[in-house]
Ligand binder design. Structure first.
Ligand code: SF4
Ligand code: SF4
Length: 378
């Protein structure tokens, strides 16, 4: 059983490690659902206080031999471009990703954009919903910036949609393909977002997305659908890159480094002292404390083979911390939607689809690099 792993074993499971550097906790937007708002994390640490020499020593001590990729995260990392630039200059052999709200993207130097393997741009679906959460004019500004940098970004541009609003439509999600190489969506972790009418609307939109995925002769680049198909057709790919644990990497190889150098497995749980996993300044690291627990229901779930414990934060809060309201109003509805996604994929016979697709589409479904940068499941 995966939950009986030796806690004294290696801190990082697998060969790769993602260093998610929170370069500042400042942000120039005030998204109403921001998860860093929980526990007053947002804005609490304005600038990085560990030295980059200390970071190098930490990397040499704990990450030696691993393939390292860095995600610049925040707050809004483009508010602190100097730190990004210095890390990129010190470690030209690493892979780099930027997670951004997109508003300042066009101000980054060309060589920085050219070295980014992926840019994750936060957006909430359509214009009305995005501007409702993020502020007037933000949707157009972000898409304009994405258009301005598209040719200059060396890697891919991925829309990161927090699917929060019940009125987000298929057309609004579908049209993001025009601006981005990939679309990733994740269900918002907010009480009140999953009333029966909202669930019905989300199911209807997901059914349309899945229908569209299987109707296309080319790749329909929606990561949660691609990932679900991958996991059903090539089930070992749902386990190998994550040592059999969650696909979001929080249990195995994602280190969220706060500006003060403290390390946590999940960026949404940095307010819980028991989640502390290491410290750059103190140069120590242990295995992620965010691990499967016997009280979590996943191993008896019909979706387990492809979902692999979607979000460990949600499972931990609901089943280990015992937050019954959160479980009922957020976690169980999201699990219902994940099972629905799998059922919709099954209705289209993913194995037969995979067999008839051209090699280029099969390769993308099997090996898309963006799987390494997002949670894969919604
Ligand atoms: S759908 Fe929910 S219960 Fe099922 S495996 Fe995923 S996270 Fe676990
Ligand atoms: S999907 Fe993973 S990283 Fe994201 S909130 Fe959940 S546990 Fe944290």
């Amino acid at each position: 059983m995966e939950m009986t792993r030796d806690p004294a074993g290696p801190a990082i499971l697998g060969n790769r490690v993602e260093l998610q550097l929170l370069t500042t906790l400042r942000c120039n937007l005030k998204c109403s659902y921001c998860s860093l708002g929980v526990g007053d994390v947002l804005g609490s640490q304005r600038n990085v206080t560990y030295s980059l020499d200390a970071l190098d020593a930490f990397i040499a001590t704990h990450l030696n031999g691993h393939e390292i990729y860095v995600t610049f995260y925040g707050g809004e990392p483009t508010l602190n471009p100097d730190l990004m630039i210095e890390v990129m200059q010190r470690h030209p052999g690493f892979r780099f990703q930027l997670q951004t709200n997109g508003t300042l993207l066009d101000g980054l130097p060309d060589w920085v954009l050219a070295r980014l393997s992926n840019v994750l741009v936060s957006i909430d679906g359509g214009e009305q919903v995005t501007d409702g959460y993020r502020g007037r004019g933000i949707y157009q500004r972000v898409l304009k910036n994405v258009g301005a940098v598209r040719e200059r970004v060396g890697g891919t541009l991925t829309a990161r949609v927090t699917w929060s609003d019940e009125d987000t439509s298929f057309e609004e999600l579908d049209q993001l393909r025009r601006y981005f190489d990939y679309v990733y969506f994740q269900f918002v972790a907010r009480d009140g977002a999953y009333a029966p009418a909202a669930m019905a609307k989300k199911r209807a939109v997901m059914a349309q997305l899945v229908q569209r995925f299987f109707a296309a002769e080319t790749l329909y680049p929606f990561i949660p659908i691609m990932g679900t198909v991958r996991n059903k057709v090539l089930p070992s790919r749902a386990r190998e890159p994550y040592s059999g644990l969650t696909q979001c990497r929080a249990s195995t190889h994602m280190l969220n480094v706060m500006p003060d150098g403290k390390i946590y497995p999940c960026p949404d749980l940095m307010y819980l002292p028991e989640m502390l996993q290491g410290d750059v300044a103190g140069n120590w690291l242990k295995r992620s404390p965010l691990q499967p627990h016997p009280d979590m229901p996943c191993e008896g779930c019909a979706a387990f083979a492809y979902c692999r414990r979607n979000c460990m934060k949600n499972l931990h809060l609901a089943y280990v911390k015992g937050d019954a309201a959160y479980r009922r109003n957020v976690v169980e509805p999201i699990c219902d939607l994940v099972r629905f996604l799998g059922e919709e994929v099954d209705r289209h016979d993913p194995h037969a689809w995979f067999e008839r697709m051209p090699l280029s589409v099969r390769n993308e479904v099997a090996d898309c690099a963006v799987y390494e940068y997002v949670e894969v499941m919604p």
